[in-house]
Every structure is written in structure tokens, then in C-alpha cells.
Write a protein that binds this ligand. Sequence first.
Ligand code: ZN
Length: 234
Amino acid sequence: MASRLTLFSRAFMALACLLGTDARAQVITAGPASCPGVALTFDLCPVRQGTGLDQALIDYLIEHRIPATFFISGRWISKHDEQMKALLEVPFFEFGTHGDVHAHLPMHPPDEQKAEIVGAVRLIKRRYHRDATLFRPPYGEYNEETVEVVKALGLKFILWNVVSGDPDPTLSAEQIEGRLARLTRKGSIVVMHANGKGKHTREVVTQVYETLLPARGLTPMTVSELLACRQTAR
Ligand SMILES: [Zn+2]
């Protein structure tokens, strides 16, 4: 009995591993390791207080023509139509979605996950006539059903391999910069926030753009540019 149970659990674990590997393969956390580029990405999660947009950060990115990718929630778009239009006009900004109401996806069945994911995609299409094919789950939370739903919708599932920690109010700019210096390498996708939750985000981006990336021969790219990057290391 014990051995049958063991066999069963081994078979089950093997199946779980297979599914897990397949799902993980569809979740993108970085670009090619040979690419001398880094994707700076900024989530626009909904906020209850404040303006909901770090305008100083946006101005800095525009002033220095820094390619950036934004993952935007439907609820944020609903409250920021003018800001959304202004962001869409910047030719070196790319746009993905970040759920409709910033739900905890694994707590929902697939049909509700689909509604949460597709809500923001349809809103951008309807209001601004733009296709947003990149998707990042709220809180970075997902299960295998999430991966299947995203795939079925024809979206690319984008996470990150560098967590800046920028919304953490206990971290100083120097601590965030130290973390980025430790983790950032060729092909990295860095997650930050542009909704004003990151008190030091603009300061950190300035340091990253002016010091860290040039010192390592890395240049900022959008996520799509990074994924298509075929350059080799210098
Ligand atoms: Zn978020």
C-alpha cells in the first residue's frame, strides 16, 4: 500500500512538474542574456490617494528619451484619461495591461480571471484604438489557469527578474539602487511603479540611467525591443 501510494504520488508530482515547467516556459521574466539591454517597466496600479501618476518620473523619461514600458490597470485608465492620452503620444513608450481592478487572480476561477485580464485590454482598444498585447498580473500573482487564459487571449505574460522594491516606504534610494546594482544584468526586466507609490523612483531611475547602465554597457529598451534583441555582448 505504501509503495502504491508512493508510486501514485511520484506520478502525480511528475505530472505537476510537467505542467509547472510548461506554464513557467510561457511566463517571461527576462530578455536574451546576450542582449546588452534592460527593460525599465513601470506598473500603473490603481491608487486610492494622490494623483496616481509620478509626473516628475514621466518628465524625466521623456526629457532623456528613455524607452519604458507601462503595465496599466483598467481602473487607473478610467481615472486618468488625459494622462493616458499624453503617455500614448510618447513614441518610445510601450503599453501593456495590468488587470482591470488589480485583483488577486489565483483566488478566482478561470472565467473571472479572463474578465479581469481582458477588461483593461478592451478598454485601451475601445478608448484609444491601441492593441496592448503585453500582460503583467497584479501583485505578480498567478496560477496555471492564469497562464492558460493569457495564452488563449494571445497576450504575452511578462513578469520581471529584478524587483526594485520601490513602493516599500522603508527603503531609501540608496538601498534600492544597491539592489538594482546587484541584480541588473544583460536582458533584465526591472519592475518599478509610476503611480506615485515609489517615493524614490525618479531618483533611482536617474541613477540607473546616468550611472549604472552606462557603466555596464547596457541601454534601456522597451520589453518588445528586449525580447526581439539579437545583439551580442560587447
Ligand atoms: Zn500592480
